[in-house]
Structure formats: structure tokens, C-alpha cells
Design a protein. Structure first.
Length: 83
């Protein structure tokens, strides 16, 4: 799973050595969305992205495979320019 900001204020580091060459990007379809979460589908798989607290549930078919940030411990800092 790779999350990329749509409009980052600064370029982010992407560790290419951790990315696998055999993974291919797929088009996704937004299946549903509201103010708390949205669900996307890609092939027979899907993902639910919860916005607050942030977490991502990945499904293979109907089977839940993994929940990223299930305990809500990820923290995000706003960008502060160097002074």
C-alpha cells in the first residue's frame, strides 16, 4: 500500500528500495463515500479509508486482510518551514 498526497506542499521522500517492481498500479472506483469514510474497489478487492481516526481496511474479496493503523497510533505533523 502506498499513500500519496494529491497536492503536497513539499516533495516527500519515497524509499524506492522498499517498493517492489512487480506491483502494478490499477485504476480504482470510488464505491461509496461520506464525511467519515470512503470505500474504493479495484478488481475483486476493496479498501475502506476511515478519515478520523485515520485507518485503512484492506479486503481480498469479502475477506478482511489487514487494518492499517487499527489502534489509531499514527500521528501526522503539519509542515513547518525552516526558519
Amino acid at each position: 500500500m502506498r499513500l500519496i498526497e494529491a497536492s503536497p506542499s513539499v516533495a516527500r521522500f519515497e524509499p524506492t528500495e522498499a517498493l517492489v517492481d512487480t506491483i502494478h498500479e490499477q485504476k480504482i472506483l470510488v464505491a461509496s463515500q461520506d464525511d467519515k469514510a470512503f470505500k474504493v474497489k479495484f478488481g475483486s478487492n476493496s479498501a475502506t479509508v476511515n478519515l478520523s481516526p485515520f485507518s485503512v481496511e484492506l479486503y481480498s474479496g469479502e475477506q478482511l486482510v489487514v487494518i492499517a493503523n487499527a489502534r489509531g497510533l499514527m500521528r501526522f505533523e503539519h509542515y513547518r518551514p525552516k526558519e
